[in-house]
Design a protein around this ligand. Sequence first.
Ligand SMILES: Cc1cc2nc3c(=O)[nH]c(=O)nc-3n(C[C@H](O)[C@H](O)[C@H](O)COP(=O)(O)OP(=O)(O)OC[C@H]3O[C@@H](n4cnc5c(N)ncnc54)[C@H](O)[C@@H]3O)c2cc1C
Length: 364
Amino acid sequence: MQYKYVIVGAGITGLTIAQKIASELDEKVLVIEKRGHIGGNCYDYYEQSGVLVHKYGPHIFHTTSKRAYDYLSQFTKWNDYQHRVLTYVDGNLLPMPICARTINMLYNLNLSTQEVEGFLKGVADSSREIKTSEDVVISKAGEYIYEKFFRHYTKKQWDMYPSELDPSVISRVPIRYNTDERYFTDQYQGMPSAGYAHMFGNMVKSENIKILLNTDYKEVIGDIEYDKLIYTGPIDYFFDYTFGKLKYRSIDVVFETKDTCDYQPASVVNYPNDYDFTRITEFKKLTWQKHDKTVICKEYPTWEGDPYYPVPIDAQKKLYAQYKEKADASKNVVFAGRLAEYKYYNMDAALLSALELFDTQINV
Ligand SMILES: Cc1cc2nc3c(=O)[nH]c(=O)nc-3n(C[C@H](O)[C@H](O)[C@H](O)COP(=O)(O)OP(=O)(O)OC[C@H]3O[C@@H](n4cnc5c(N)ncnc54)[C@H](O)[C@@H]3O)c2cc1C
């Protein structure tokens, strides 16, 4: 087999590059994907009851980039969903990010938006030296908010307390002094109106794109001649774990179908202090699907399973740097995306990085 371009991985990174090669260079491209579907971790499907769910956990598209939004809008329409999250604290559901109503409910107060800022500054320990993520939160919001919203949630998410994590992990404490209760304030937000898989299907509708599913690239790459390989799989796997395995935090996503139309008052409810799961998502509230049943998922962080989140500690950064050096020296191979760069990317950032890669390393 002969292809000028071969792409490993059919996630948003790989598919964006494939779409650009096929449409703008009019060249043939082979995409090799080890799973049985395209879309990578953004993949969605209709589960047994007919409700659209996100297989690898909830994905909400949001961006400040007109370029990212316009690019995807060629392949999908959007609903105008604006993300809202509630947090379960001591039996109450409080808005997240922390805003005026959160403070009033948490402290049983009735402060105006002007008074909230002063109140928070009063409880925060602004003179605290910042050495860890714990210091970041306490310096901005004080011990009580740290305890109720951050300490246990982080332990569940990372299996480490904020005091064990670099300040960059909780670098920005989400606090608003106003009444805006949306989770994101990005200009462009929404969900693909017919789902992510449908949108990705539209991206790769081209005679120039061939997709090989259910195939680990190592099974076939020896039989393919190519000029350039774009690799979006795990970087340590590419180099046969020469320096050891990179660590990832994973999530066990457990779905439950409920015989009711409406399960919870927001699409996502966080559980920082109770239960073993971190949050519950009700998909219909994201997708606006009409159905007489509803499906929720609970997320249980784990060290087993698919690689999800790179672990933000120095030892892992150093290990990745060793692989990066080898990657930089590889001829005809470009490493891109969250697994090959060992980096957490939101969808829009992964997409923008893929567009940039096409402009600077392929269309040259
Ligand atoms: C739980 C969770 C929730 C998220 N929520 C959001 C959100 O709300 N909003 C947002 O913007 N972003 C979200 N993200 C981030 C989003 O998932 C990523 O930005 C996106 O998946 C990155 O795409 P990618 O193509 O780089 O990687 P991936 O989607 O992981 O694609 C890589 C592909 O490579 C394939 N592959 C790996 N190894 C091989 C191999 N050996 N051979 C062949 N194929 C291989 C994989 O199967 C995969 O399909 C979330 C991520 C997680 C984990």
